[in-house]
Structure formats: C-alpha cells, structure tokens
Design a binder for this molecule. Structure first.
Ligand code: ZN
Length: 281
C-alpha cells in the first residue's frame, strides 16, 4: 500500500480503484475456497494436479481456483496438502452460457493461408507461451488489480468465436479498446517474465504475479519493460497498438490462474462499470 501511495503522488494516471478478485463459480471463473485461519501455516492446494494460488483474505487463507472453460458443471474438488491427497474440499461449478461472436479477418494469412515458415513460428511461440503459463513462483501475491488501460470494453472473455465463419478457440481474454499509444499499466506488483513479437499476439508482455497468477498484454505498439524487471502497480508496460491479428487497436488482456485462462474482468470489479459505460456514450 505504501508503494501505491508513493506512485499516486507521482502520476495522475493512477487514481484508479484496486480490487480483490470477484468469485464466479462457473467455467472461466474463479472459485474462492476458505482454507482456515491465516495464523496457521499456509496450506497447499491443488486442482487437476496443478498448484493453486493461496492468499490471505479477511483473516483466512483462501484458495483462488481458476476454473477451466472446459470444466463441466457439477461438483468438483481441490486436494489439500498434495495433488493426490485424500483430503479434499469440494465445490460446485455452475453452468454459464457464453455468446457467439462472428469476426471477419481480411488478412487471410492470419486465418487460413499461413506459410510453412508462419506455421513453424506459430508452433515455437505456442511452446514459449506454454512454458510461461506454467511458471510457479512461491511468494505472496498482490491480487488487488487496477484496470491496465483506460479504455472501453470491446470484447468480453469466453465468447465462442468464429473467424470468417470458421469455429475457433473461445476468446481467452478481455479486450479493452483505446487509441494507439494509450499507456498500458501494470495492474499490480509483478515481475516481467517475457516480452516479444508474436505472430498472432503482436508485441506482448507477460507478468508473473506469483503462485501461478500470470497476466499477458497483447497487440502493443511499443514495449517499455524488459524480462526480469519488477513492476509496481500502475507502472507503464507499453502502449496500446494493433500488432498481430487484430481488427483494430486494443489491448487483449489474458489472466492465467493454475494454468487456466480466467475472466480478467473478475480482477477489476471496481473499474469495470467505468470501462463498460464507454460502450454506451
Ligand atoms: Zn481479444
């Protein structure tokens, strides 16, 4: 909090709210499971064999479990202590209907006419992103996020997508549209664990917040941080752009929890109404 106050005095950009993630017991959501008194040692929790983020909230240890978009509704459970322990805590996943979105991509090279070189590059980038997503850093996590861009919500997480009428993976992030050059800010304290120019994603920055909470910032014009660097909440990561596969300038913002993409909107509950309101000027 001291760091945030310091930054506030330095920059007028940073007077945004920060918020604890909201629970959403649905595919693509976050289950919040209390694990007992925070005076006890921090318990370890696992979901589908992956470690789960555990943080302190209102005097309790609390697991923030990323629920995969592919999770069928019904009862499931986390394992406590070890991935295969009999000590389970069950929870209910509800159904959620995500709407369809049909997009026309004019550049066919970005949809179905990739060259052999393109495909090789895409595969290498996929492996790199996979390894970044699998990063686990054992440390307390700053889970109170502010919105990374002051723009308008242009496409929500989880939409069932069709490019030129071909079905694709669901939309795995939240799109915030803003003009080219608008600053993209770190939503919370984190470490930069990767930057680069990707075929689909354009100029991208990856942040490690700790304990499997990873965030990614895509389609930037300019990257202003380097791998290994620590960033404070509100520190500029780069600027909004239209690099990679896009239909216009925006930030595609991805948040991973226990290796699963979850709805980034759940992390910025307090900023969301302001960004959403821009869609209805
Ligand atoms: Zn997007």
């Amino acid at each position: 909090m001291i760091k945030k106050l310091l930054l506030l005095s330095l920059s007028p950009l940073l007077c945004w709210a920060d918020s604890y993630p909201q629970a959403a017991w649905v595919p693509g959501g976050i289950a919040q499971i209390n694990l007992g008194d925070a005076h006890q040692p921090m318990p370890k929790a696992y979901f589908r064999n992956n470690r789960v983020l555990v943080t302190q909230h209102q005097g309790q240890w609390q697991a923030l479990v990323g629920i995969p978009l592919s999770q069928p509704p019904g009862i499931t459970a986390i394992n406590l202590g070890s991935a295969d322990s009999g000590n389970q805590q069950s929870f209910l996943v509800l159904d959620k209907h995500y709407p369809e979105q049909h997009l026309t991509i004019a550049n066919k090279r970005m949809v179905d006419e990739m060259s052999a070189d393109d495909l090789k590059r895409i595969e290498a980038e996929k492996q790199l992103m996979e390894s970044i997503k699998n990063t686990w850093t054992e440390k307390p996590v700053d889970t109170r996020f502010q919105a990374p861009v002051d723009g308008r919500l242009s496409s929500l997480f989880g939409l069932k997508r069709f490019f030129n009428e071909i079905p694709r993976q669901p939309h795995n992030g939240l799109d915030i549209a803003a003009s080219v050059g608008t600053p993209i800010l770190a939503p919370a304290a984190a470490t930069v664990i990767g930057t680069g120019n990707f075929f689909f994603n354009g100029n991208t920055v990856f942040l490690d917040h700790g304990q499997g909470l990873i965030s990614a910032y895509l389609h930037m014009t300019e990257i202003k941080v380097q791998t290994g660097q620590t960033v404070l909440p509100g520190q500029p990561l780069g600027t909004v752009g239209a690099t990679g596969r896009v239909t216009g300038p925006h930030l595609h913002w991805i948040v991973y929890l226990n290796k699963e993409t979850v709805d980034p909107a759940l992390f910025i509950g307090e900023d969301l109404p302001r960004l959403a309101a821009r869609n209805h000027p």
